[in-house]
Each structure stands twice: as C-alpha cells, then as structure tokens.
Write a protein that binds this ligand. Sequence first.
Ligand SMILES: CC(C)(COP(=O)(O)OP(=O)(O)OC[C@H]1O[C@@H](n2cnc3c(N)ncnc32)[C@H](O)[C@@H]1OP(=O)(O)O)[C@@H](O)C(=O)NCCC(=O)NCCS
Length: 172
Amino acid sequence: MIIEEITSEDVENALKCIRRSVEISNAPDYPPNVIRIQLEKHYTLEWMRNAAKNRYCAVAKEGGEIRGTGALVKNELRNIFVDPDYQNRGIGKRIVQHLERKAVEEGFGEVWLVSSITAHGFYKHMGYYDVKEVQERIGDDLVTGYLMKKTSQLTRGIVTTTKYGSSFVIMP
Ligand SMILES: CC(C)(COP(=O)(O)OP(=O)(O)OC[C@H]1O[C@@H](n2cnc3c(N)ncnc32)[C@H](O)[C@@H]1OP(=O)(O)O)[C@@H](O)C(=O)NCCC(=O)NCCS
C-alpha cells in the first residue's frame, strides 16, 4: 500500500470511498437525516474537487485502487475515511501518520482534529486526547463531535511548542 498526494485522476474514486464510509460506517452513529444531508450537500464531486485543489489531500492506494483518504489544513486533520471493506487493516493509521509527518515537517508541534462519534476510539488509540465536545447543527439535528489534540509522539519527531497552537482555527 502506498500513501501519496491526491491527483485530479483520483478525485472521483476518493469521493466514492468517502461516501461509502459515510453510508456504511457512520450511518449507525447518526440520525438518517444527518447522513442524507452529508451525502447530498457536503460530500459532492464539487466539494471533493475543491478540497483536492485547496488543501493537502492524501490517498491510500493498493494496486492502484483507492482504499482511504485524508487531508491536512495547517495542523488540522480532516476527512479521514477508509473504505468499509478495508477497515481494521492499518490503513487509517497509515494515513494519520502520513499527515502527522507532513504537519511536523511544516514545523507544527501539535495536531488537531474534530472527531466523528464513529472514529473517537480510533483517534484515542492514535494518541489524541479530548479537548472538548463540540456541537454542530446539521439540518434539524444537533450533532456531537470531539475536538481532539496530540502534542507528543507525533509521527517522525517529538516536538512540544505552542508557537502554532494559536494558529489553529476550526474551519467551516
Ligand atoms: C476511523 C477510521 C478512519 C479508522 O481506519 P481503519 O483503517 O479502520 O483503522 P486502522 O486499522 O488503521 O486502526 C489503527 C489502530 O486503531 C485501532 N482502532 C481502530 N478503530 C478503533 C476504534 N473504533 N476504537 C479503538 N481503537 C480502534 C485498531 O485496532 C488499530 O490498533 P493497532 O494499531 O494497535 O493494531 C475508519 O474506521 C473510518 O473510515 N471510519 C468511518 C469514517 C469516520 O468516521 N472517519 C473519521 C472522520 S473524523
């Protein structure tokens, strides 16, 4: 398996992977309307094309097939998704490590994320700890997320600086 930066040819299949993961893996943890809105309004081809253009996106590939994807915005992990048929094989971990390495290379000493309910245990296992619960309104539902942070044992390098901490913002 390789983890590499997304190309324009990868965009459609990376999106398929995200949508399958939302439909199958996230669905048990959220109201049906939240899943529907995520699929209809959020994870669209237009969104994916923009994401691939405007942020660092990585894809995990096996034999040329996309198995997972994730993104980094400054020092925030975004949209880590593994195809449900390929979960629990270390792919999510490899994507997170890849993005952490990139954040460290760019000089960041801490990495943030907002976790889904589904992935909360995974991120804890990866060394992230809870900062606070956050609520987001999606349609008529108030959805809980977990703002999490990792300051030590980031992949490739242990850095404890707060220089960039204040630069973190949760982007809409
Ligand atoms: C969360 C997700 C990305 C994890 O990817 P994955 O490829 O299945 O996870 P991995 O196989 O790389 O797991 C890495 C380690 O975390 C552990 N782990 C995985 N899921 C876990 C969970 N829910 N709770 C606790 N530990 C977990 C694994 O046992 C493994 O441990 P090890 O390294 O000691 O063997 C994937 O399940 C997914 O796409 N979920 C749905 C989408 C989602 O909610 N994404 C997050 C958006 S914020």
